[in-house]
Structures are given as structure tokens and as C-alpha cells.
Design a protein around this ligand. Structure first.
Ligand code: MSP
Length: 501
């Protein structure tokens, strides 16, 4: 599982956190399924954009990157991201892998010297043809993504003969129709290929900040060719270790919709040229917009995820990011939306259920967990929740997966309201109702753990279960009846204190 590697020209913001949290939750979900997962993230440190940012800051690109890269790593620690490797493209291991793939493509005859004359967006680090550019407020030749004028340049470059790969890419995707999720984003990528592929320049002579071409060191490698290769570097491509055999091809590249061309068109073609299998899958997300604009330093609308955690708690924030937007679509970030989602699903639903169960078990069952009823009406609800949650994670739809898990939370609250155990006298009936609720909470804790890992563990412990919730397995441990009665049930402080709108 991979995230894009983030440019070090900006500090980590909500947009970066979004993709990284989705990848983290998907990683954790697969670990629950018993899959061994390597989760990779890192930083993209070469190219004109970083060189220019360093110049503006009055420092060298390396010193600049050295300052920002650890901020990404630190943000991911704070967001409880279970990553296994953090790659930086300035590391020696990465240079080796880039040289290896370049050499392979060159030897295959797919890289040739030519002259480039055209337009380039430094923010995208991408070439544009005239018909792709737009006019903004009378200013022609603006980048359609960054909405700023592109630069013109002309120089001798090496080109990757992408145009030769059109049929091979279309054939490959026809044989792997579900490789790109969700389908509508995959169709956009296919549209790019069907629209015709142009060779692209993979080297620059006017730029010094990058990996020199192994056969012509006057050129440095185009930053995207370099950056994409990080996914191979991290599994040991080119260094003779066994990681590459074990982990490649990657199962999921998580990417934003703005980098589909590079990941779903350039990258598989580069791999094919080098004699390497294409990725097994891509999961393409939309943007989290603020006031209908993509968050960016230039727009000045950057939301710092770490500030939000201070207000809403780590798991509250993670849950919001995962639950509020269907992956693949754009989402609109608002503080009110964050609070509303938190209060509805976490404070009033899950948090309330956990508190209620502990209170009633305390008052009516001597504070000790009771056994669930094997024939409970909730058993079927739980089975459906497990099934649907599994299906939606498989489709990389965290919002739907969480909604499926929350069906069980809602049904359990309804079950308590229908039975009103708080009004009944202690006895076997109350014990059975509370046993059902405890069992439902146990299953919910497992299902929700990819999204809200520390709260899920807290629920797990409060209902008297031992060990780590993350050591549970789906579906073996989510079958109805696994709750171990007889342990103390603890109320504790509210898991999700209600927030004022
Ligand atoms: N460095 C390249 C990726 C190279 S991967 C081999 C890059 N970096 S980036 O930092 O600009 O963006 C990385 C990812 O963050 C992209 O997938 C982009 O879509 C995502 N996001 C940046 N801002 C975003 C939002 N506001 N919302 C959601 N994701 C956005 O591109």
C-alpha cells in the first residue's frame, strides 16, 4: 500500500492527511483480514518546484528538504499512521533504483534524445499542450489545476516514447478491468490513453536538482520519472534484496485525481518498458475542498490537520476524514461539518452506546459483563455489518464501510431502547440484553479499529476484553458469540465528549 510522496515545498496539510489516513485505515483493515501489509509513504524532494522554493527561502534544496521532510513524518506519527517505511527521494537507495529503471528503459530503446519546445507548469511539474491550457481573467496559457501561467522552455531532452504504449496499456487495462477504483476515476484514466499519448521529456539540462542520467550526466531526470520510482526503491528494486520479489507488484497505489496521468498512464508504461509488472491496483481519491477550492499554499486556504486534532481529538478527526466523503468524489471541508459528523456518529451514537452499556451493566449486572444470547436479533445485523463492511473496504470506500459498521451501532442502541433494561429488575433477561450489547460493541470495536484505532482499543478494554483489538481477525473473531463474559466492565470518561456547534 502506498501514498503519493509529498512535495516538500509545503508543510503537511489536510489534503495530504486525507490520502494518508485513507491508506492507513485500508492497511489496518487488511491487517485485520490477516494480510501482511507494507505501508509506504515519503517525500518527493527533487525538481524545479523544490529548487525554486529553496531559492526563495535562501537555502539549498537539500537543506530545505531536510527541514520539511521530518515535518511530514512527525505529522503522520501524530495522526497514528501505521507506516512501515518513509522514503525520501534524496536517499542513495533511491538514486540506485532510478538509475536502474532508466537504464532498462534506455536499453529497451524507449528513451531517445530529441528537442523539447513547449509549456510546463512548475507547480504540477508537468508538460502541457496548448489545448489543455486555459485563460483566466484574460491571462492565456494557465495551468488547469493551479490556475497560474505556465512557463515556456526549449532545450534538448531525452524523451520516453510513451506513444508506443497506447495499445499495450489499453490491452492491459482491458484484462484488469477493476484495477482502478472507483470506476468513474478509472474511466478518466482510460480516456487519457484513448485520447492519444504523446512522448514525454524525462530529462532536463537547465536544472541541476535531481538524479543525473546514468548514460548522460549533463541531464538530470524529470522529477516524475524519479518520483514514481520510489515505489520500487522502497521494496529493494535494484539492490538484490528479497523485498522486491515479495512485495512487487504493489496492491494499492492511493493517489489523488490530479496525478492520474502520471500514475495510471506514465508509470505502467515505464514499468512495461523496463520489463516489470504493472501495479495490481490504484485507488483514486478526489480532493478535500475548502470553499470549493483545492487547498494550496497559493490559495491561502490551508487547513492544518494537527490544529483540528487539538479540538476534536485524533480519532474524531480520522473518522470525519474517512466517513464524510465518498472516496473518489470531492469533499467539502467545513468546521461545522466536522462537528456535526462527530456529534452524530461518535458522541451520540458510538460514545453514547458505550457509556450506556457500562452504566446499565454497572447498575443491573454488578458491573460484570454478561453472555450474549446466541439467538439475538442483533446476530443477523452483526453478520450483515461484517459482510458489508468487508465489501466496502474491498472497494476502497471507507465512508460506506464505516456506515455499514455503524448499522450495528444504531441497531444496538435501538435494541436497548426497545428493551429498556435500565427500567427492568436485575435478572436473566437484563443479563441477556446487556450481553447482546456487549457483544455488539466487541464486534464494532474490531470493525471500527482501522478508522479509530485508539478508541476501538479503549472500547475493547472497557468491555473487559483482553489483548489488542488489532490482533483480532475478520471474519473469525467477528462471528456472533465471541464475547467473553465475567470480566469487569468499566465506564471511564466519555469517549467522545459532545462538541458545541
Ligand atoms: N509529489 C507528487 C506525487 C508524487 S507520487 C510518485 C505530488 N505531491 S503533492 O504533495 O502535491 O500531492 C500529493 C497528493 O496529495 C496528491 O494525490 C494530491 O491529490 C493530494 N492532495 C493535495 N491537496 C489535496 C486536497 N486538498 N485534497 C485531497 N488531496 C489533495 O503530487
Amino acid at each position: 500500500m502506498t501514498t503519493p510522496i509529498y512535495y516538500v515545498n509545503a508543510e503537511p496539510h489536510l489534503g495530504h492527511a486525507y490520502t494518508t489516513i485513507v491508506g492507513d485505515a485500508l492497511t489496518r483493515w487488511h491487517r485485520l483480514l490477516g494480510d501482511e501489509v507494507m505501508y509506504l509513504t515519503g517525500t518527493d524532494e527533487h525538481g524545479l518546484k523544490i529548487q525554486q522554493a529553496a531559492e526563495e527561502a535562501g537555502t539549498t534544496p537539500q537543506a530545505f528538504a531536510d527541514e520539511i521532510a521530518p515535518k511530514f513524518a512527525a505529522a503522520w506519527e501524530r495522526l497514528d499512521i501505521a507506516y512501515d517505511d518513509f522514503i525520501r527521494t534524496t536517499e542513495p537507495r533511491h538514486y540506485k533504483a532510478v538509475e536502474e529503471i532508466l537504464q532498462r528503459c534506455y536499453d529497451a530503446g524507449d528513451i531517445e534524445l530529441d528537442t523539447f519546445a513547449g509549456k510546463y507548469c512548475v507547480s504540477c511539474e508537468e508538460y502541457y499542450s496548448d489545448d489543455e491550457l486555459i485563460t483566466i481573467d484574460g491571462v492565456p496559457d494557465c495551468c488547469p489545476i493551479h490556475r497560474r501561467p505556465v512557463e515556456y522552455f526549449e532545450e534538448e531532452n531525452y524523451f520516453f516514447r510513451l506513444s508506443r504504449f497506447e495499445d499495450r496499456l489499453l490491452d492491459w487495462y482491458a484484462q484488469h478491468p477493476t484495477a482502478m477504483k472507483p470506476e468513474h476515476r478509472g474511466n478518466e484514466a482510460l480516456g487519457l490513453i484513448k485520447g492519444g499519448l504523446r512522448d514525454f521529456s524525462i530529462s532536463r539540462t537547465s536544472l541541476k536538482w535531481g538524479v543525473p542520467l546514468p548514460w548522460d550526466p549533463n541531464h538530470v531526470t524529470y522529477v516524475w520519472f524519479d518520483a514514481l520510482t520510489n515505489y520500487l526503491t522502497a521494496v529493494g528494486f535494484g539492490d538484490g534484496t528479497e523485498g522486491y520479489e515479495k512485495w512487487w507488484p504493489v496492491d494499492y497505489h492511493l493517489i489523488g485525481k490530479d496525478i492520474v496521468r502520471q500514475h495510471c498512464v506514465y508509470w505502467p508504461a515505464m514499468l512495461m518498458s523496463a520489463g516489470i509488472d504493472p501495479p495490481k491496483g490504484w485507488a483514486i481519491g478526489g480532493w478535500l475542498l475548502v470553499d470549493n477550492e483545492k487547498m494550496s499554499k497559493t490559495s491561502g486556504n490551508v487547513v492544518n490537520p494537527l490544529d483540528l486534532i487539538d479540538d476534536i481529538g485524533l480519532d474524531g478527526f480520522r473518522y470525519y476524514v474517512l466517513a464524510d466523503t465518498a472516496y473518489g468524489n470531492d469533499g467539502d471541508f467545513t468546521y461545522d461539518g466536522l462537528v456535526a459528523r462527530y456529534n452524530a456518529d461518535l458522541a451520540n451514537n458510538l460514545g453514547n452506546l458505550a457509556a450506556r452499556v457500562a452504566t446499565v451493566v454497572g447498575k443491573k449486572c454488578g458491573g460484570v459483563g454478561t453472555a450474549p444470547n446466541p439467538d439475538s436479533a442483533l446476530a443477523a445485523v452483526a453478520a450483515t455489518a461484517v459482510e458489508d463492511t468487508t465489501r466496502w473496504w474491498d472497494e476502497v470506500q471507507p465512508s460506506r464501510a464505516l456506515d455499514a459498521s455503524w448499522q450495528l451501532v444504531r441497531a444496538t442502541n435501538a435494541h436497548l431502547e426497545a428493551n429498556e433494561p435500565w427500567k427492568a429488575d436485575p435478572g436473566p433477561e437484563v443479563d441477556a440484553v446487556m450481553g447482546d450489547a456487549l457483544e455488539a460493541l466487541r464486534i464494532v470495536a474490531i470493525l471500527a479499529s482501522p478508522a479509530i484505532p485508539s478508541t476501538a482499543q479503549a472500547v475493547w478494554e472497557r468491555i473487559g476484553q483482553t489483548g489488542a483489538v488489532t490482533d483480532q481477525r475478520v471474519p473469525a473473531d467477528t462471528a456472533w458469540g465471541g464475547y467473553q463474559p465475567g470480566a469487569d466492565v468499566i465506564k471511564g470518561a466519555p469517549l467522545f465528549p459532545r462538541l458545541k456547534a
